[in-house]
Design a protein around this ligand. Structure first.
Ligand code: G
Ligand code: G
Ligand code: MN
Ligand code: NA
Length: 255
């Protein structure tokens, strides 16, 4: 695969870049953080989204150095935006990164050298990456959670999760998959989706987890999800992913 072959050179030549999408606190509409999303400026094919190359990088193992680059960039960016109190930043982790022995030391080193508190970083892990993981495999995430890094379960509700398992995971946040948000757009809203969101929110809160909803595209979805008790929201209704400069104009504390 030619994209696969080009990945290492792309990393060396700085062809990857990050966009940021704000996370909005539903209680007051203020920005609560940003998710960093990687893109590839390919010299021939132009801009490529992560769905085109993350699976390839995961397959070859290049995801490990690429993921470290993403983490460094994102943490440096939050410092650049900060006015003493850095904006929280969410970084996606792939399964291969989770199982790499350098995850914990690398993450600590990046935070320390930037002088960023662990609580300003949230690592997003898909629910499916954790299903079936045994205690040893979860240890690195527990270690990061213990030093104060937030752990979010991404795309929550799409896997075949055993809800009882939630208690055994080091998660601090559930990111409800956007398919549930889409169900609320119908008139009347899909009752199954309403019930699901309601149930997940009460279960999550009972377990001390926050709930973030993805894919909010309309005011009506935002209103319903706020009324259902969701804590944080993300989606085109608030903002599309954008460059650091665009993000700073609209959302950063110092502008
Ligand atoms: O930005 P977009 O909607 O195209 O992202 C699609 C998917 O790519 C998302 O599920 C997101 O989790 C994943 N993704 C984006 N950036 C990164 C990254 O830096 N690392 C990993 N592992 N996945 C990412
Ligand atoms: O899987 P993950 O949740 O990390 O992916 C986030 C992806 O969702 C990003 O690629 C982003 O472009 C996309 N996204 C963000 N907001 C919306 C939205 O409101 N609607 C849709 N359809 N996609 C969105
Ligand atoms: Mn994500
Ligand atoms: Na997601």
């Amino acid at each position: 695969h030619s994209l696969t072959n080009r990945l290492p050179a792309a990393l060396e030549r700085d062809e990857f870049f990050l966009e940021y999408q704000p996370l909005i606190r539903m209680s007051d509409g203020r920005v609560d953080g940003a998710e960093a999303l990687v893109r590839w400026k390919h010299p021939v094919h132009g801009r490529l989204g992560p769905d085109r190359f993350i699976p390839l990088a995961e397959h070859t193992g290049l995801i490990v150095p690429l993921g470290r680059w993403v983490l460094e960039q994102a943490v440096a960016q939050t410092c650049a935006w900060s006015d003493g109190d850095p904006l929280r930043v969410n970084v996606n982790l792939s399964p291969r990164q989770l199982h790499h022995p350098d995850l914990v030391p690398d993450t600590i080193a990046v935070l320390e050298s930037a002088g960023v508190e662990p609580s300003s970083l949230c690592l997003e892990v898909t629910e499916s990456a954790l299903i079936g993981a045994d205690e040893d495999e979860l240890k690195p995430l527990w270690q990061l959670a213990e030093i104060g890094v937030d752990i979010a379960l991404d795309d929550f509700g799409t896997g075949y999760s055993n809800l009882a398992n939630l208690r055994k995971l080091p998660a601090t946040t559930l990111k409800l998959d956007r398919s549930f948000t889409q169900g609320l757009q119908q008139h009347p809203a899909d009752p199954v989706d309403l019930t699901f969101v309601e149930g997940i929110v009460s279960l999550a809160h009972a377990l001390g987890l926050a709930v973030t909803v993805e894919g909010v595209e309309t005011e009506s979805q935002a209103d319903q999800l706020r009324d259902l008790g969701c804590d944080t929201a993300q989606g085109w209704y608030y903002a599309r992913p954008s460059s650091p400069g665009e993000f700073a104009k609209d959302w950063a504390p110092t502008g």
